[in-house]
Design a protein around this ligand. Structure first.
Ligand code: ATP
Length: 324
């Protein structure tokens, strides 16, 4: 398994008189897009701020690309873009000035700044607004400027706190395309939002928090995205002509397979191979004398996954699956 791009170990954070994060541990894979979800007050913003080294925790370790964020915050900031929930823009700076300021503060070589400003503005659909003041832009444009400022130094990791709040459906759709493009370039994204349908479009993983603890962290079944150098696990269901119970040991011995459950005539597996590995599995299954009638992805959208894990937690039966 590749080294996590973000690693959080036993992180505890207290506001005066209130524990906002309680021994949070997680590892985020490079090239993933993780939907950070949870009820109001779950600790999402606090977690993002701790990862961005903007808050000092009571205890615990956060590493980004292997570097300790509290020991080397400046070095880590070069690897990271952060979009806060209030965007953090200067209203009196023009789009060009705001981008230039971000480029310089992220340590871009002065000679590289003008081209970075131009290409980032174009990428964010602000190429014709370079001289407009941030304070005169619409909410959607300000938000695109803020994302432009966060990515102008081509970070490996992008943290986004409620990036889509207040945007109309068209602007949200455009934002989803930007996130997909950033992921395709190898960037890892951690995105908090309450708009689950929109997160569902581009997220590979779900990280659910509740009351300052990790409720669930796992790959989303419907996403078969390749990460950097790997394929994320997804759930597949195979159906057979007769009872499947005796097949579990055979599946457990196959590469890339984790048996999730067996019921009736079906076997549900977590599969982390690519398309040819999947074809090889089907071939091996038939050759071993287990003819199958169907193989299909188990689909469950983000909203269903999230509500299910929240309901399980509230019923006193938490999922707490933390190894995506
Ligand atoms: P939301 O979805 O509403 O944005 P969140 O999951 O981002 O919530 P946080 O903003 O991280 O949650 O807050 C976690 C908890 O910490 C909440 O109960 C909140 O009231 C509390 N909290 C946040 N900031 C402070 C503060 N400055 N002082 C005291 N408590 C705080």
């Amino acid at each position: 398994m590749s080294q996590p791009i973000i690693e959080v170990v036993d992180l505890t954070f207290d506001y005066p008189g209130f524990r906002a994060l309680d021994r949070v541990s997680l590892a985020i894979k490079p090239g993933s897009v993780t939907a950070l979800v949870g009820p109001n007050g779950a600790g999402k913003t606090t977690l993002l701020r701790c990862i961005a080294a903007l808050e000092t925790p009571l205890s615990g370790v956060v590493r980004v690309a292997g570097q300790d964020v509290y020991e080397s915050p400046r070095a880590v900031h070069r690897l990271m873009g952060y979009l806060s929930d209030n965007f953090g823009l200067y209203s009196d700076l023009s789009v060009a000035q705001g981008l230039e300021y971000a480029a310089r503060s992220q340590g871009l070589a002065p000679a590289a700044v003008p081209a970075a400003v131009q290409s980032t503005a174009e990428r964010m659909g602000l190429g014709d607004k370079l001289q407009n003041l941030a304070g005169t832009l619409s909410r959607g444009q300000r938000q695109r400027l803020a994302i432009g400022q966060a990515i102008i130094h081509s970070p490996q990791v992008l943290l986004l706190d409620e990036p889509a709040s207040g945007l109309d459906p068209e602007a949200r759709g455009a934002l989803a395309l930007v996130f997909k493009a950033l992921q395709a370039q190898g960037m890892s994204l951690l995105v908090s939002s309450h708009i689950l349908a929109e997160l569902d479009e581009y997220s590979t993983h779900m990280l659910a928090l509740n009351q300052g603890r990790v409720l669930e962290h796992r790959a989303l079944n419907h996403m078969a995205h390749a990460g950097v150098g790997e394929v994320f696990e997804r759930l597949l269901r195979l159906e057979f002509v007769g009872p499947a119970e005796s097949l579990a040991p055979w599946f457990s011995s196959q590469p890339h397979v984790r048996v999730n459950r067996v019921d009736g005539n079906g076997v549900e597996i977590g599969f982390s191979g690519d398309a040819s590995a999947q074809a090889a599995l089907v071939g091996a299954c038939v050759a071993a004398g287990h003819p199958l009638t169907t193989i299909a992805p188990v689909t469950e959208n983000l909203q269903q996954s999230y509500l299910k894990s929240l309901a399980a937690e509230r019923a006193g039966n938490p999922t707490r699956r933390a190894q995506p």
